[in-house]
Ligand binder design. Structure first.
Ligand code: EPU
Length: 418
């Protein structure tokens, strides 16, 4: 089993390039099923989740060609099944996008329950509510979600919770459904806009993505084309936290600074200098920082996926900071790992109280999920001494070349095979 060994206590300096957004890519790739033509997708991150979804398309008959590490050509004309295999679906959360994509393509889908990070119950009731609003029938049979979209037509859905996955899934289903679909209380994350831009560039008619009302007018056919995925907001944020936690000075390049506003504003409150350019942010964290309180929220609020990196940073800040998780029920499991490094954190339900300021010390810890893994790396980079982080397969799901990028910033990190 591979692990990272990190010798911490060294401030990070330099420049780092951000890859394409994981959560956009894992939706855009299934969206390519809607196109019976060739499409070229650029700035695709070379990460495990992307390899899994590409492999899933291949195994269903699509032609997938890697042009280079970050460019992929997909021609789904030859895709010949609406059934997704159990083993592949269970490897990642985004396999649920096959429901919307296959429903659009074949008016039928059989998809096993998705896998992905475990932070409590991850229901899909809002996806089902959306499909039913589009006149689709859904049923759980033999442990699979079966979707019959033979009478699909545009409809109106009001989501009871803001859900990234449900918003994208219903967008995929509605693109070629006759009539008009309106989604209210839709999610507004940058990757929602990216998926809509991808589909529009291939001939779809989606308006309002990035607001909480999205209107889709069904079209008969999509055409092929070339599209570039947006930069990864969460990867960029993770490097911002690594820079701040080590009191370094790092320029994070190839980003959309607007997507990072929630992080930047918290950094400013903490006394971290953030300089914004057209496509970069520079994070310079010298000296003592201020404690803060933060609550995770759907976009444009502070992202839940950066909650573990935020907690790791707050362990380095004197005083009591309060972190409230309002998106997921159970996203503080990793705290016991941080405690092995000497962190003082009390968790009560959705709230973590961080008593920070005493240096962490290196320890043997585990990545309990993808973003918790990023939090562990950030904590280990700021800690005195050597840490080892196990279960790094979680981290490989979502961060491209993470150790090379960190080494280029001066981090002492190696990947070893135990
Ligand atoms: N929810 C429901 N019913 C549903 C769907 C969601 O109650 O039908 C609830 C969830 O239980 C949760 C909240 O709504 O409390 C938000 O869930 P959402 O559907 O937005 O999450 P998701 O689509 O499953 C995506 C990202 C996650 C990220 C969340 C929130 C992908 C592949 N995953 O998940 O990213 O945490 O949005 O922003 O896009 C990650 O990248 O590490 C990751 C976990």
């Amino acid at each position: 089993m591979e692990k990272f060994v990190i010798n911490g206590g060294t401030p990070l300096f330099g420049e780092v390039n951000i890859s394409g957004a994981k959560n956009a890519a894992v939706a855009i790739i299934p969206a390519a099923i809607l196109i019976e033509d060739e499409c070229i997708i650029e700035n695709v991150p070379d990460i495990k989740d992307v390899r899994i979804i590409l492999d899933m398309l291949c195994s269903m008959g699509a032609k997938v060609e890697k042009i280079d590490a970050n460019t992929v050509k997909i021609d789904a004309t030859s895709l010949d099944t609406y059934i997704v295999g159990k083993e592949k679906a269970s490897k990642m959360r985004a396999s649920y996008y096959m429901l919307g994509a296959l429903c659009s393509r074949f008016k039928k889908a059989v998809v096993p329950p998705p896998g992905g990070c475990n932070f409590g119950i991850r229901p899909i009731d809002q996806h089902i509510k959306g499909f039913e609003a589009l006149n689709c029938k859904t049923e759980i049979k033999h442990g699979n979600i079966e979707l019959d979209a033979s009478d699909i037509k545009g409809g109106q859905v009001y989501f009871d919770v803001v859900s990234v996955g449900a918003t994208i899934n219903i967008m995929l289903a509605a693109v070629k459904a006759p009539g008009v679909t309106i989604m209210e209380n839709a999610a507004k994350e940058p990757h929602i806009v990216d998926v809509a831009n991808f589909l529009n560039s291939m001939g779809a008619n989606i308006k309002g993505a990035g607001t909480d009302v999205i209107k889709i007018t069904g079209v008969e056919k999509l055409h092929g084309g070339v599209y570039g995925v947006i930069p990864d907001q969460i990867e960029a944020g993770s490097y911002m936290f690594a820079a701040a936690a080590t009191r370094g000075d790092v320029t994070i390049k190839n980003v959309i600074p607007k997507h990072l506003d929630a992080i930047t504003s918290k950094f400013v409150e903490m006394g971290v200098d953030v300089e914004e350019g057209d496509d970069y942010v520079r994070v310079n964290a010298k000296g003592a920082l201020n404690k803060i309180n933060v609550k995770t929220l759907p976009y444009p609020g502070f992202p839940t996926d950066l909650q573990p990196p935020m907690v790791a940073l707050l362990t380095t800040v004197s005083g009591t900071s309060i972190v409230t998780e309002s998106v997921w029920d159970s996203r503080f499991q990793y705290v016991s790992e941080l405690e092995k490094m000497g962190a003082k954190i009390t968790v009560n339900g959705q709230v973590a109280v961080v008593e920070g300021g005493k240096s962490l010390t290196g320890a043997d810890v585990c990545a309990t999920d993808l973003r918790a893994g990023a939090g562990m790396i950030i904590a280990a980079l700021s800690a005195n001494g050597k840490s080892s982080i196990c279960n790094i397969h979680h981290i490989d799901r979502g961060y491209e070349n993470i150790e090379q990028k960190l080494i280029s910033l001066g981090a002492k990190i190696i990947r070893t095979d135990d």
